[in-house]
Ligand binder design. Structure first.
Ligand code: DOR
Ligand code: ZN
Ligand code: ZN
Length: 422
């Protein structure tokens, strides 16, 4: 049994947890000495004294590109999952634009095997919609419950997955449950329309701007466009909150590094995203972790940047600057992702749930890329040299300590694939 002693929850209340095997056994405002002694009569008790640090459910990042198979010079499930564990991400979802693309049941199964052999955190997969029409594969995958989501690309970006054929798009919506879209500008309107007419749920990835977020918020508020049968969800990324064109254009290096799809927008757009986020109108923060080697980025314009290693720390720093509440961070990064993807028993601190638990030091001041090592295989971060306040200091995955005080555990177990409910 593992005893997490003297923590605080996001409301500032005292919280203590007892973890048995892979689950949270008991949660209390503070166990008495007697209770602890009684447990110790029957079991060996390992104690971690948190000394008032803040305890949260591990981050669930439902938007990452871990590059395996086929593009593993940039990232793989081992390096990507270490980056997650270090930063407090206990579950990631991988996107299908690998080589081969995850657009057949067989490719999905192969990918699952690779993750199961290498990932030290939990993982899930979004199946891919193919430009070559893979409706039969989508049906097979959903029926076999090998995945419950389908990702489609409606604009050009990294990979060969752009779908332009309207009939294929409609059919993907018809034959899927939740569809995640890379959709920019007018493509957002199209996706909202397909969801209403044919679909069973729409999740708009990485919304970058006021104009595009307004489209999605209007759809969310419209009782015909956003229903129980076909809900609409909005995701924003850390880079569209913390970075903008001005920062991109400030140095020659940034002009090359800070390129992604959708592209960075203005400070005003940052502000609008923050406002909507604090109003509870945004559903999730997903990083769109899309590692490329720095040599590739500097040589020619290449879309995508790493993100899992810095997402939580950036948000904790924003909390320290008074920009967001801790409760909201927990909602956007753990609770809502689990609810929207229908993940079983993760995303909350609750008795009977998997013990995916992190502790953060809200007062820790540190410099990105100077006071820590970069675990992502791509070896860089767009936030290098940023001074942040707030850092993950303990990561527990399925009841096992994976990372503590800047060090990985020596005997790491592999993470589990998430299970989902109907
Ligand atoms: O910038 C991006 N990079 N946007 C995407 O949609 C894909 C991603 C990647 O896979 O590199
Ligand atoms: Zn995308
Ligand atoms: Zn992406």
């Amino acid at each position: 049994m593992l005893y997490l002693k003297d923590g605080k929850d996001v409301h500032g209340n005292k919280i203590e947890l007892l973890i048995l095997n892979d689950k949270i056994d008991k949660i209390s405002e503070g166990f008495s000495e007697e209770e602890i002694k009684n447990i110790e009569k029957n079991e060996k008790l390992e104690i971690i004294d948190l000394k008032g640090k803040t305890v949260m459910p591990g981050v669930i990042d439902v938007h990452t590109h871990m590059r395996e198979p086929g593009i593993t010079a940039k990232e793989d499930f081992a390096t990507g999952s270490r980056a997650c564990a270090k930063a407090g991400v206990t579950t990631f979802y991988d996107m299908p634009n690998t080589i081969p693309t995850t657009t057949t049941l067989e490719a999905l199964k192969d990918k699952k095997k690779l993750a199961s052999e290498k990932s030290i955190v939990n993982y899930g997969f979004h199946f891919g919609g193919s430009r070559n029409n893979n409706i039969d594969e989508i049906k097979k995958v959903l029926e076999a419950k090998e995945a419950n989501t389908v990702k489609i690309f409606m604009n050009v970006t990294t990979g060969e997955m752009l779908i332009e054929d309207e009939d294929i798009l409609k059919n993907v919506f018809k034959n899927s449950k939740l569809v995640l879209v890379h959709a920019e500008n007018e493509m957002i309107d199209k996706a909202v329309e397909y969801n209403k007419n044919y679909g069973n749920g729409l999740y708009v990835c990485h919304i970058p701007s006021k104009e595009e977020l307004k489209k999605v918020l209007e759809a969310k508020k419209n009782s015909e466009l956003n229903t129980e049968k076909h809900p609409v969800y909005a995701e924003v990324t850390p880079h569209h909150l913390f970075l903008n064109e001005e920062i991109r254009e400030s140095t020659d290096r940034n002009k090359m590094l800070l390129r992604m799809k959708p592209e960075l927008r203005t400070k005003k757009d940052n502000e609008f995203l923050w406002e909507a986020l604090n109003n509870g109108e945004v559903d999730t923060i997903g990083t769109d972790h899309a590692p490329h080697l720095i040599s590739e980025k500097l040589e020619k314009i290449t879309f995508g940047m790493p993100g899992v290693e810095t997402s939580l720390a950036l948000m904790l720093n924003a909390y320290n600057e008074g920009k967001v509440k801790l409760e909201m961070i927990q909602k956007l990064m753990s609770e809502n992702p689990a609810r929207i993807m229908k993940i079983s028993k993760r995303g909350k601190l609750e008795e009977g749930y998997y013990a995916d638990v992190i502790a953060v030091d809200l007062d820790k001041e540190w410099i990105v890329g100077v006071d820590d090592t970069i675990e992502s295989k791509c070896g860089w971060t767009p936030y290098e040299n940023w001074k942040l306040k707030g850092k993950n200091v303990l990561t527990i995955v399925n009841g096992k300590v994976v990372y503590q005080n800047n060090k990985f555990n020596d005997n790491l177990e592999n993470g589990k694939e998430v299970e989902f409910y109907e």
